[in-house]
Design a protein around this ligand. Structure first.
Ligand code: ADP
Ligand code: MG
Length: 304
């Protein structure tokens, strides 16, 4: 049974905007030595700006057409990338984005992107893995110049031919760095990021944030494999050590369920993540994560 004062800890946590679904999770937090993070929406804001659209030589479609087609294809998705592309298309009236009305068919491939039929054209919007899956040759792009390391590239094909690339960028949440250093002071030994994004982008974010390790290009089901690998490593050093996973997306739900302690980022996070988790950060502010560890530690001191 759980000592009564864990209920006091749950109350203290809730005042800081942290929902803890049981006293055992608060106790579990005090044994967490490794924290694994998702990137988009967890450590980063998950709100992308469209910074540029790159065209191939002899482009058939204009930048505006590429934005219009990709926004239509993304219009049924609630992935952060989809929301950003749709809002960029809506912002510029001259793009002529007509919402979902022109979409007759669409498929979302988790960790890859979207395939949709819009006004009779087959549109693909996603990463290089999606282009490979659909046998789309991606040529060199017209002089793009230097691009930011943290820029994510989304490739667009129309009727089987590459049409252009959308460069989008996200930024870290203002309190991520501070929360990560507080975790270290509260006894966490390793901070790790597992992302579906590319090596280049993943490593740029990890270096900026000062994370210990980063796993990149992981499809949603491979996030659980990474978690199991990390868990084995952690427990081989200290069998009592626990691993926490922090994520926001529907894609993170399996890892949130599987981890010793699953922590969902609320606010912008998906309902599936909130349901799968043991602990919910109500506004998604990373400060709340450090607060949860802090409350757990103080509660333990009272209990023992
Ligand atoms: P993360 O691990 O960063 O939270 P996801 O696993 O959700 O990301 O997605 C990984 C990658 O898959 C994205 O960086 C993007 O390249 C691609 N992707 C996923 N969903 C979409 C979408 N709706 N539109 C375009 N690209 C997508
Ligand atoms: Mg995410």
């Amino acid at each position: 049974s759980v000592p009564l004062s864990y209920f006091g800890g749950i109350g203290a946590a809730s005042k800081k905007g942290v929902l803890i679904k049981g006293g055992n999770y608060l106790e579990g937090l005090t044994q967490v030595k490794t924290v694994i993070f998702d990137k988009t929406g967890t450590l980063s804001k998950g709100v992308f700006d469209v910074v540029r659209i790159d065209l191939p030589a002899g482009a058939v479609y204009s930048e505006k057409e590429i934005l219009k087609f990709s926004a239509a294809a993304e219009s049924f998705s609630n992935h952060p990338i989809a929301l950003s592309i749709v809002s960029a298309a809506k912002e510029d009236e001259s793009v002529g984005f007509a919402g979902t009305s022109q979409v007759s068919d669409h498929t979302e491939y988790a960790g890859l992107g979207i395939k949709a039929v819009c006004s009779g054209k087959t549109i693909l919007v996603g990463n290089m893995k999606l282009m490979a899956q659909e046998n789309i040759a991606v040529p060199d792009l017209l002089s793009v110049g230097l691009t930011a390391e943290t820029e994510t590239h989304i490739y667009v094909a129309v009727d089987g031919t590459f049409a252009g690339r959308i460069a989008i960028s996200d930024v870290v949440k203002p309190d991520s760095k501070d929360a990560l250093s507080r975790l270290k002071r509260l006894g966490v030994e390793k901070t790790i990021m597992v992302t579906g994004d590319t090596d280049k982008v993943g490593h740029a974010f990890a270096a900026d944030l000062g994370l210990d390790t980063v796993y990149t290009e992981r499809l949603p089901h491979q996030k659980v494999d990474a978690l199991e690998e990390i868990e084995t490593q952690t427990k081989s050093v200290n069998p009592k050590a626990k691993v926490a996973f922090v994520g926001d997306g529907i894609n993170d739900a399996p890892a949130l369920t599987r981890a010793d302690v699953g922590i969902a980022v609320g606010g912008v996070g998906s309902d599936a993540a909130v349901e799968a988790a043991d602990i919910v950060l109500m506004t998604g502010d990373p400060t709340q994560l450090a607060d949860a560890f802090d409350v757990a530690k103080k509660t333990k001191k009272i209990v023992y």
